[in-house]
Every structure is written in structure tokens, then in C-alpha cells.
Design a protein around this ligand. Sequence first.
Ligand code: NAP
Length: 249
Amino acid sequence: MARRVTVVTGGSRGIGASVARRLAADGHDVGVGYVRDREAAERTVAGVRASGARAVAVRVDTSDETQVDAFFDTVTRELGPVTGLVNNAGVTGPLGRLTETSTADMRRVIDVNVLGALYCARRAVLAMSRRHGGRGGAVVNVSSAAATLGGPGEYVHYAASKAALDALTVGLSKELAEEGVRVNAVQPGMITTDIHAAMGDPGRPWRHPERVPMRRPGEPEEVAGAVAWLLSSEASYTTGAVLRVAGGL
Ligand code: NAP
């Protein structure tokens, strides 16, 4: 049987790095995307290889269509035809109310979180859909609990971008259901990664434990498990699902 080849955007750090390592343990070869932190991407690649899987790290800003195409070209050349995509790369910009949010930050969030995911999904579908000569596959979009909570006072623009990702998930799942491609999403809650420091508040995951019914933030591995299941044959009848992974939030 041909090996599964899965593209993970933002695979250098946080949830994406954890997903890449978990998929390797499940028998996927992994294309690891990163945009700035090459050393972190190389660490992910080493972790993937330690499981006996193949990996390649590629610098790609997913908001740039040309770079997305080059990323998929490299992964296909080095690892073989793509059978899976984890649309994980995402940004928030600084925490703040909408009136404090700059146009540049809003635009960046939409460019990366929405357009970037659309570019990657389109390219993956062209590789995987039976309509286009592929052998099927699966997409998992990394959304956020913010998509339904709305992120008031923190990042309404980011919440809106993640709600768009959920709509993408539902629509594309129906568009591709007969073509051998499943499309699902996870909505993580508060997960311990660098993203909170990038927002300007490294201690954010621990600041309000009472807001999370489980009274603790989640670990990237706890999201990776859900992503891995959605990509697996165990989820063969699951498409269009948006799975909350948020400790009850
Ligand atoms: P993180 O630790 O900040 O890592 C972000 C990853 O995305 C890094 O690998 C980074 O690459 C990459 N990236 C950033 N901008 C990119 C771009 N324009 N093109 C390509 N790659 C880019 O974030 P995280 O917490 O793991 O978040 C991963 C996903 O989960 C995001 O979509 C986020 O919105 C979502 N999420 C996170 C949480 C949470 O609490 N952590 C909750 C809900 C949803 P470099 O390493 O090269 O910078």
C-alpha cells in the first residue's frame, strides 16, 4: 500500500509540530511548512524521522499562492503524491478590542487564516480528488473555539476568520463527498503554545482557569490526537464535522 503523505502548515511549532510528530507515529510521511523558524521546523523533521517516517521542511508563507504551489510541488517531488492536508498555520495579531485593531493586523489574519487555508485546500484537492485523477484523501482545518465564542475584547477579527474556516469545512466537505476526500475541522480551546506570547500575553492560558470547565489549558498533543483520528480510516464516515477540543469550553 502506498504511504500516506500529509502536508502540515505551521508544522514548526505548537499544535502543528505536535500533529506532525503524531502523524509520523501513525505512519504518515510529512511535509512540514514553516514561515520563519527554520530551526524549529528542523526539530519537527527530526522528530518525524525518529518514528521512521520521511519528512521535508519547506519555508512557505501560506498567504502567498505562489509559495503554496511551490510547497506542494516540493512535498510531491520529495515524498510522493499528497494524500492529506492539515491547515494549521494561523495568526491572531495583538490582543485588543476591534477599535484598537489595525487594518494591517485584520488583513494579515484574514490573509493567513482564511485565504491561506483556501489556497492550500484548493491545491490539496487537485492532488487528492478522484475528479482530478487522485486517489482520495482528507483535510483537517485547525479552527478555534473562538469561532463560536467570538473573542470579545481580545480578537473579534480572528474569531471571524475561524468561523470562515468552519464554513469552508462544511461547504468543501459536501462538494467533495463523492470524490473520496473528507474535510473536517477541530476547534481547540486554550492550548499551551507560543501563540499567546505572540498576542502579547504569554501567561494567558493560565490566567482564567475558571472559564474552562476542565480548569486547565490543553496540551498540543491533545489536539494532535483529534486531528490524527480525523485523518485516519477510523473516521471513514466522518466529513463536515467540526470537533471541539477545548476542555468543555
Ligand atoms: P504557534 O505556536 O504560534 O505556531 C504557529 C505556527 O504557524 C508556526 O509553525 C508558524 O511558523 C506558522 N505560521 C505563522 N504564520 C504563518 C504563515 N503566514 N504561513 C505559514 N506558516 C505560518 O500557534 P499554535 O498555537 O500552534 O496555533 C496553531 C493553529 O491552532 C492556529 O491556526 C491557531 O489559530 C489555532 N489555535 C490555537 C489555539 C491555542 O490556544 N494555541 C487555540 C485555538 C486555535 P514559524 O514557526 O516559522 O513562525
